[in-house]
Design a protein around this ligand. Structure first.
Ligand code: ATP
Ligand code: MG
Length: 230
Protein backbone atom coordinates (compact mmCIF):
# COMPACT_ATOMS: atom_id res chain seq x y z
CA UNK A 1 0.00 0.00 0.00
CA UNK A 2 1.41 3.31 -1.06
CA UNK A 3 0.19 5.01 2.11
CA UNK A 4 2.52 2.71 3.99
CA UNK A 5 5.50 4.86 2.99
CA UNK A 6 7.72 5.58 5.93
CA UNK A 7 8.29 9.01 4.47
CA UNK A 8 12.05 9.27 3.98
CA UNK A 9 12.61 11.89 1.30
CA UNK A 10 15.86 12.61 -0.48
CA UNK A 11 16.79 15.16 -3.14
CA UNK A 12 20.13 14.43 -4.83
CA UNK A 13 21.68 17.02 -7.13
CA UNK A 14 18.25 18.25 -8.24
CA UNK A 15 18.19 21.09 -10.75
CA UNK A 16 15.14 22.39 -12.52
CA UNK A 17 13.97 25.22 -14.71
CA UNK A 18 10.47 26.21 -15.80
CA UNK A 19 11.99 27.91 -18.82
CA UNK A 20 14.41 26.65 -21.44
CA UNK A 21 17.38 28.33 -19.86
CA UNK A 22 18.38 29.45 -16.40
CA UNK A 23 17.80 27.46 -13.23
CA UNK A 24 14.85 27.82 -10.91
CA UNK A 25 16.39 25.22 -8.59
CA UNK A 26 20.13 24.64 -8.64
CA UNK A 27 21.67 21.47 -7.24
CA UNK A 28 19.34 20.85 -4.32
CA UNK A 29 20.53 18.20 -1.88
CA UNK A 30 18.80 17.23 1.31
CA UNK A 31 17.66 14.18 3.25
CA UNK A 32 14.55 14.05 5.41
CA UNK A 33 14.06 11.19 7.85
CA UNK A 34 10.60 9.69 8.33
CA UNK A 35 8.41 11.82 10.56
CA UNK A 36 10.58 14.91 10.42
CA UNK A 37 9.31 18.43 9.88
CA UNK A 38 11.19 20.47 7.32
CA UNK A 39 10.68 24.22 7.15
CA UNK A 40 11.25 25.80 3.74
CA UNK A 41 12.09 29.44 4.17
CA UNK A 42 13.33 32.20 1.92
CA UNK A 43 12.15 35.29 0.07
CA UNK A 44 9.43 35.34 -2.53
CA UNK A 45 10.53 33.64 -5.74
CA UNK A 46 13.27 31.67 -3.97
CA UNK A 47 11.87 28.31 -5.06
CA UNK A 48 9.96 27.01 -2.03
CA UNK A 49 6.82 26.11 -3.97
CA UNK A 50 8.97 24.71 -6.77
CA UNK A 51 10.56 22.19 -4.38
CA UNK A 52 7.03 21.05 -3.50
CA UNK A 53 6.03 20.96 -7.19
CA UNK A 54 8.98 18.68 -7.91
CA UNK A 55 8.26 16.39 -4.96
CA UNK A 56 4.61 16.12 -6.08
CA UNK A 57 5.73 15.51 -9.68
CA UNK A 58 3.81 18.45 -11.04
CA UNK A 59 7.15 19.07 -12.78
CA UNK A 60 10.15 16.83 -13.45
CA UNK A 61 13.71 17.80 -12.57
CA UNK A 62 16.13 18.47 -15.44
CA UNK A 63 18.83 16.77 -13.40
CA UNK A 64 19.15 14.73 -10.27
CA UNK A 65 16.87 12.33 -8.43
CA UNK A 66 14.10 12.56 -5.86
CA UNK A 67 13.38 9.44 -3.82
CA UNK A 68 10.81 8.44 -1.23
CA UNK A 69 11.90 5.54 0.97
CA UNK A 70 14.80 5.08 -1.44
CA UNK A 71 12.58 4.65 -4.51
CA UNK A 72 12.75 7.20 -7.31
CA UNK A 73 9.44 9.01 -7.61
CA UNK A 74 9.85 8.62 -11.39
CA UNK A 75 9.11 4.94 -10.86
CA UNK A 76 5.81 5.69 -9.15
CA UNK A 77 2.64 6.67 -10.92
CA UNK A 78 1.55 10.23 -10.27
CA UNK A 79 -1.65 8.84 -8.88
CA UNK A 80 0.02 6.60 -6.30
CA UNK A 81 2.44 9.35 -5.35
CA UNK A 82 -0.34 11.90 -4.80
CA UNK A 83 -2.33 9.35 -2.83
CA UNK A 84 0.54 9.29 -0.36
CA UNK A 85 0.53 13.07 -0.01
CA UNK A 86 -1.75 15.46 1.80
CA UNK A 87 -1.95 19.22 1.35
CA UNK A 88 -3.04 21.98 3.69
CA UNK A 89 -2.63 25.17 1.72
CA UNK A 90 -3.37 28.85 2.28
CA UNK A 91 -6.05 28.81 -0.39
CA UNK A 92 -8.23 25.93 0.66
CA UNK A 93 -9.75 24.11 -2.27
CA UNK A 94 -13.51 23.84 -1.72
CA UNK A 95 -16.18 22.71 -4.13
CA UNK A 96 -19.92 23.19 -4.27
CA UNK A 97 -21.25 20.54 -1.95
CA UNK A 98 -21.89 19.87 1.71
CA UNK A 99 -19.30 20.23 4.45
CA UNK A 100 -19.43 16.46 4.79
CA UNK A 101 -18.59 16.00 1.11
CA UNK A 102 -15.85 18.57 1.28
CA UNK A 103 -14.16 16.78 4.17
CA UNK A 104 -14.71 13.36 2.61
CA UNK A 105 -12.80 14.54 -0.45
CA UNK A 106 -9.71 13.53 1.57
CA UNK A 107 -10.75 9.88 1.29
CA UNK A 108 -13.82 9.18 -0.75
CA UNK A 109 -14.74 5.87 0.91
CA UNK A 110 -14.74 7.31 4.43
CA UNK A 111 -17.87 6.66 6.48
CA UNK A 112 -19.90 9.45 8.11
CA UNK A 113 -18.43 8.43 11.46
CA UNK A 114 -14.90 8.75 10.09
CA UNK A 115 -15.70 12.19 8.67
CA UNK A 116 -16.97 13.33 12.07
CA UNK A 117 -13.99 11.83 13.89
CA UNK A 118 -11.61 13.63 11.53
CA UNK A 119 -13.50 16.89 12.10
CA UNK A 120 -13.17 16.39 15.85
CA UNK A 121 -9.43 15.81 15.54
CA UNK A 122 -9.23 18.96 13.42
CA UNK A 123 -11.09 21.09 15.97
CA UNK A 124 -13.77 21.66 13.33
CA UNK A 125 -16.62 19.61 14.82
CA UNK A 126 -17.85 22.32 17.19
CA UNK A 127 -18.25 25.06 14.62
CA UNK A 128 -19.84 22.63 12.16
CA UNK A 129 -22.30 21.40 14.78
CA UNK A 130 -23.35 24.96 15.54
CA UNK A 131 -24.40 25.58 11.94
CA UNK A 132 -28.17 25.11 11.41
CA UNK A 133 -27.57 22.31 8.89
CA UNK A 134 -24.42 20.95 10.50
CA UNK A 135 -22.48 18.60 8.24
CA UNK A 136 -25.14 19.04 5.56
CA UNK A 137 -24.41 22.75 5.22
CA UNK A 138 -23.90 23.57 1.56
CA UNK A 139 -20.66 25.32 0.67
CA UNK A 140 -20.02 27.29 -2.44
CA UNK A 141 -16.73 27.07 -4.26
CA UNK A 142 -15.45 30.21 -2.56
CA UNK A 143 -16.66 28.97 0.81
CA UNK A 144 -18.66 32.11 1.51
CA UNK A 145 -20.44 31.79 4.84
CA UNK A 146 -17.50 30.31 6.69
CA UNK A 147 -14.37 32.13 7.80
CA UNK A 148 -10.85 31.78 6.49
CA UNK A 149 -9.85 30.02 9.69
CA UNK A 150 -12.79 27.63 9.47
CA UNK A 151 -11.77 26.77 5.91
CA UNK A 152 -8.33 25.90 7.28
CA UNK A 153 -9.92 23.61 9.87
CA UNK A 154 -11.91 21.83 7.14
CA UNK A 155 -8.75 21.42 5.16
CA UNK A 156 -7.02 19.88 8.19
CA UNK A 157 -9.98 17.51 8.73
CA UNK A 158 -9.68 16.45 5.11
CA UNK A 159 -5.95 15.78 5.52
CA UNK A 160 -6.50 13.81 8.75
CA UNK A 161 -8.98 11.63 6.88
CA UNK A 162 -6.47 11.15 4.09
CA UNK A 163 -3.77 10.03 6.55
CA UNK A 164 -0.89 10.79 4.16
CA UNK A 165 2.72 9.67 4.62
CA UNK A 166 3.92 13.05 3.46
CA UNK A 167 2.22 16.26 4.40
CA UNK A 168 2.63 19.58 2.61
CA UNK A 169 1.74 22.61 4.63
CA UNK A 170 1.67 26.16 3.37
CA UNK A 171 1.05 28.25 6.43
CA UNK A 172 -1.70 30.80 6.14
CA UNK A 173 -0.63 34.39 6.47
CA UNK A 174 -4.07 35.95 6.18
CA UNK A 175 -5.86 37.41 9.16
CA UNK A 176 -7.19 34.65 11.33
CA UNK A 177 -8.48 35.49 14.78
CA UNK A 178 -6.40 34.36 17.75
CA UNK A 179 -8.88 31.80 19.05
CA UNK A 180 -9.16 30.08 15.67
CA UNK A 181 -5.41 30.32 15.18
CA UNK A 182 -4.87 28.37 18.39
CA UNK A 183 -7.36 25.73 17.20
CA UNK A 184 -5.52 25.50 13.88
CA UNK A 185 -2.12 25.12 15.52
CA UNK A 186 -3.39 22.44 17.87
CA UNK A 187 -5.03 20.51 15.01
CA UNK A 188 -1.89 20.81 12.91
CA UNK A 189 0.22 19.38 15.73
CA UNK A 190 -2.03 16.31 15.71
CA UNK A 191 -1.89 16.04 11.93
CA UNK A 192 1.90 16.41 11.73
CA UNK A 193 2.69 13.92 14.46
CA UNK A 194 4.76 10.99 13.12
CA UNK A 195 4.39 12.26 9.57
CA UNK A 196 7.01 13.69 7.27
CA UNK A 197 5.99 17.31 6.84
CA UNK A 198 7.20 20.00 4.48
CA UNK A 199 6.06 23.37 5.65
CA UNK A 200 6.39 26.63 3.79
CA UNK A 201 6.81 28.45 7.02
CA UNK A 202 5.81 31.98 7.89
CA UNK A 203 5.57 31.65 11.64
CA UNK A 204 8.71 31.84 13.74
CA UNK A 205 7.31 29.24 16.11
CA UNK A 206 7.03 26.69 13.29
CA UNK A 207 10.58 27.37 12.17
CA UNK A 208 11.86 26.99 15.73
CA UNK A 209 10.24 23.59 16.09
CA UNK A 210 11.26 22.18 12.71
CA UNK A 211 13.80 19.33 12.69
CA UNK A 212 15.37 20.88 9.62
CA UNK A 213 15.34 24.32 8.11
CA UNK A 214 16.18 24.73 4.44
CA UNK A 215 16.96 28.33 3.58
CA UNK A 216 16.40 29.01 -0.12
CA UNK A 217 17.61 31.96 -2.08
CA UNK A 218 17.39 32.34 -5.84
CA UNK A 219 16.87 28.59 -6.23
CA UNK A 220 19.79 27.51 -4.07
CA UNK A 221 19.77 26.00 -0.62
CA UNK A 222 22.10 28.48 1.03
CA UNK A 223 21.72 27.17 4.56
CA UNK A 224 20.63 23.91 6.12
CA UNK A 225 20.24 23.11 9.78
CA UNK A 226 17.91 23.62 12.68
CA UNK A 227 17.03 26.56 14.87
CA UNK A 228 20.03 25.94 17.13
CA UNK A 229 22.64 25.47 14.42
CA UNK A 230 21.56 28.28 12.07
P1 ATP B 1 6.62 32.73 -2.76
O1 ATP B 1 7.15 32.96 -1.38
O2 ATP B 1 6.27 34.01 -3.43
O3 ATP B 1 5.52 31.73 -2.83
P2 ATP B 1 8.49 30.73 -3.78
O4 ATP B 1 9.73 30.62 -2.96
O5 ATP B 1 7.43 29.70 -3.56
O6 ATP B 1 7.88 32.19 -3.63
P3 ATP B 1 8.47 29.74 -6.50
O7 ATP B 1 7.01 29.86 -6.72
O8 ATP B 1 9.03 28.39 -6.29
O9 ATP B 1 8.95 30.70 -5.31
O10 ATP B 1 9.17 30.43 -7.74
C1 ATP B 1 10.55 30.30 -8.03
C2 ATP B 1 10.81 30.99 -9.35
O11 ATP B 1 10.16 30.30 -10.40
C3 ATP B 1 10.30 32.43 -9.42
O12 ATP B 1 11.23 33.19 -10.15
C4 ATP B 1 9.01 32.30 -10.16
O13 ATP B 1 8.72 33.46 -10.87
C5 ATP B 1 9.27 31.14 -11.10
N1 ATP B 1 8.05 30.37 -11.38
C6 ATP B 1 7.21 29.84 -10.47
N2 ATP B 1 6.24 29.14 -11.07
C7 ATP B 1 6.45 29.24 -12.40
C8 ATP B 1 5.78 28.72 -13.55
N3 ATP B 1 4.71 27.96 -13.44
N4 ATP B 1 6.30 29.04 -14.76
C9 ATP B 1 7.40 29.80 -14.88
N5 ATP B 1 8.09 30.31 -13.84
C10 ATP B 1 7.62 30.03 -12.62
MG1 MG C 1 5.39 29.79 -3.06
Amino acid sequence: DVNAFKGKVEFTNVSFSYEKDGNTITDANFLVSPGETVALVGPTGAGKSTIINLLSRFYEPNQGTITIDGISIQQMTRKSLRRAMGFVLQDVFLFEGTIRENIRYGRLNATDEEVIEAAKQANAHKFISRLPNGYDTMLSQDGSGISQGQKQLLSIARAILRDPSILILDEATSNIDTVTEIKIQEALQRLMKNRTTFVIAHRLNTIQHANQILVLQAGKIIEKGNHETL
